[in-house]
Design a protein around this ligand. Sequence first.
Ligand SMILES: N[C@@H](CCC(=O)N[C@@H](CS)C(=O)NCC(=O)O)C(=O)O
Length: 191
Amino acid sequence: MHIYLAEKGIEIPFEEVDIMKRANRTPEFMSRVNVTGGIPVLELDDGSHIAESIAICRYFETQNPEPPLFGSGAREQARVEMWTRRIELNLMMPVGMVWVHGSPLTKAVMKKQIPEMAEQNRDVVEGYYKFLDRHLENHEYLAGQPFSIADIVALCTIDFAAKLNHLPHSTEQKHLDRWYQSVSGRPSAKA
Ligand SMILES: N[C@@H](CCC(=O)N[C@@H](CS)C(=O)NCC(=O)O)C(=O)O
């Protein structure tokens, strides 16, 4: 969210929600703000709310089309959507499985952690890094050109995997690493 907003030059006020204290899981939050309890949530001036990171970014995209981060024209927009969905479903999902089944930080909120689930999904993530490395040999960014929301989602997922799940990509995956250095070096990501 922060990277997307920085790319667009949009400034909005932020309010911290303490997930460690389960502030996002109170009946009040779930009935008034977001029925799923997830964050981030965007509160509009009329007091209504929009949840899901990509939905929030799409809201801003419609109001601030430049520079386009969801693609321009039918073909580019579809390619960006395709890659965003691929990253969410095929990379973020297994990273999430490693997180909930393999991290001591999530043990308390899981009914039962299954270590085999974490192990199996580690393999899936590592396999996907190899796939991305091959894809990025011939593409500057995930959806080709230009840089898009798909790159932002992938960067956040890979950083989360590396920092919280000990699952970094290998610097020997030189195409993936070239992409990683390029997108993580953008002023929006550094900020
Ligand atoms: N699909 C949602 C994911 C929301 C989500 O899982 N948020 C995490 C933090 S990044 C969260 O709320 N965790 C605390 C909890 O689930 O109680 C999105 O893209 O916004």
